[in-house]
Design a protein around this ligand. Structure first.
Ligand code: SAH
Length: 284
C-alpha cells in the first residue's frame, strides 16, 4: 500500500518501481514518476469529485493518488505487463478502471480532466486528440521544449504550427518544470507540467486551420507572399491582402488572429491546399 500523499517520499516511489525489475521500453517512453512533488502538483490541480482520464498508467502510482480526489479515474495503458502490475497496486481502489490499449486509438469517455505524464513519443498526436475531442481541461507533463513551443508568442524562436493550433482552442500555462531525475529511468530532457483550459476557439473549422497552417509553416521563415504564390498563385496573394493581412510577414510572425484571417480568405482554395498537405501530419 502507498502512504498518504503528503507523506509520500522519493524512496517509496523508487522502491516500488525497482521491485518489479522491469525491462523498460524506450519506444513506449516508459519513464516512471519518482518525485512526489510531480504527483502533488498534478493532484492539487484536479478538482474534487471530477472525472479523470489518465493516459499511460505505468505501474499506477499517479493513478492511485488521482483516485483519492477524483470521483472516477479511467486510465489507459498499452503495455500489458504494466496493466497487470497496476491492477495489483489499485486492487483495493474501487473508482479506477484500467483499459489496456493504445490511448490514441481507443474511444475516450467524457471527462472533466485528461491527465498524463505523457509518453514523449506520442506528445503531438495526444495534443491533437485532446483538441479534436474538445477536452475541457488537461494537465500534462511534457518535454520542456514542447511546453515552450505551446506557450510561445508570434516572432518567438519556438513559435510554430503547434503553438497556433493549440492556442486557437486552449489557454495554456506552464505550472512547474522538473529535472530529468524526477523520473526513472531518467529521460534526457527536463519536463514541464502544463495546464490547458478550453476556450472559445479562434476558428470553428479545425481541419481547415490544420490544412492552411500546414502549408504556411512549411516555410516558416519565408514571407507569406512567397508561400502563397508558390502553392496557390497570385490571386490567392491578392485575396489575403484584401483580408488586411500584411503578406510581407513570415509565417513565424503571424498572430493567431492573422492566421484566422488567412484561413477565411483562402476558403475558395481549400481543395488545392488539401492536395498540398497530402499525407503530412502535425509532426512534420
Ligand atoms: N503515469 C506513469 C507512467 C508514465 S510513463 C507515471 O507517471 O509513472 C508513460 C507510460 O505510457 C508508460 O507506461 C507507457 O507504457 C505508456 N504508453 C506509451 N504509449 C502509450 C499509448 N499509445 N497508449 C497508452 N499508454 C502508452
Amino acid at each position: 500500500m502507498l502512504p498518504e500523499l503528503d507523506e509520500l517520499t522519493r524512496e517509496d516511489l523508487m522502491r516500488l518501481v525497482a521491485q518489479y525489475r522491469l525491462r523498460l521500453s524506450k519506444r513506449l517512453s516508459q519513464h516512471f514518476v519518482i518525485d512526489p512533488t510531480v504527483i502533488r502538483d498534478i493532484v492539487s490541480h484536479v478538482l474534487p469529485n471530477s472525472r479523470v482520464l489518465e493516459v499511460g498508467t505505468g505501474i499506477g502510482t499517479l493513478t492511485y493518488y488521482l483516485a483519492k480526489v477524483a470521483s472516477q479515474v479511467i486510465t489507459i495503458e498499452v503495455d500489458g505487463r504494466l496493466v497487470k502490475i497496476a491492477e495489483k497496486l489499485l486492487s483495493g481502489v474501487n473508482n479506477v478502471s484500467i483499459i489496456q490499449g493504445d490511448a490514441l486509438r481507443v474511444p475516450w469517455p467524457q471527462v472533466d480532466f485528461v491527465v498524463s505524464n505523457v509518453p514523449y513519443s506520442i506528445t503531438s498526436a495526444l495534443l491533437m486528440r485532446i483538441i479534436r475531442e474538445g477536452v475541457s481541461k488537461a494537465l500534462l507533463t511534457i518535454q520542456r521544449e514542447v511546453a515552450d513551443r505551446l506557450v510561445s508568442s508570434p516572432g518567438g524562436d519556438n513559435y510554430g504550427r503547434l503553438s497556433v493550433i493549440t492556442q486557437c482552442t486552449y489557454t495554456i500555462n506552464v505550472l512547474a518544470t522538473y529535472p530529468p531525475d524526477s523520473f526513472y529511468p531518467s529521460p534526457e530532457v527536463y519536463s514541464s507540467l502544463i495546464i490547458m483550459e478550453r476556450r472559445k476557439p479562434c476558428y470553428e473549422d479545425l481541419e481547415k486551420l490544420e490544412l492552411v497552417t500546414n502549408m504556411l509553416f512549411r516555410h516558416r521563415n519565408r514571407v507569406i507572399r512567397w508561400v502563397l504564390s508558390k502553392y496557390l498563385g497570385k490571386e490567392a496573394v491578392d485575396a489575403v491582402v484584401k483580408a488586411g493581412v500584411n503578406v510581407n510577414n513570415r509565417a513565424r510572425q503571424l498572430s493567431i488572429n492573422e492566421v484566422v484571417q488567412i484561413v477565411k480568405a483562402l476558403n475558395p482554395y481549400i481543395n488545392i491546399i488539401r492536395t498540398v498537405a497530402g499525407k503530412s501530419s502535425i509532426n512534420d
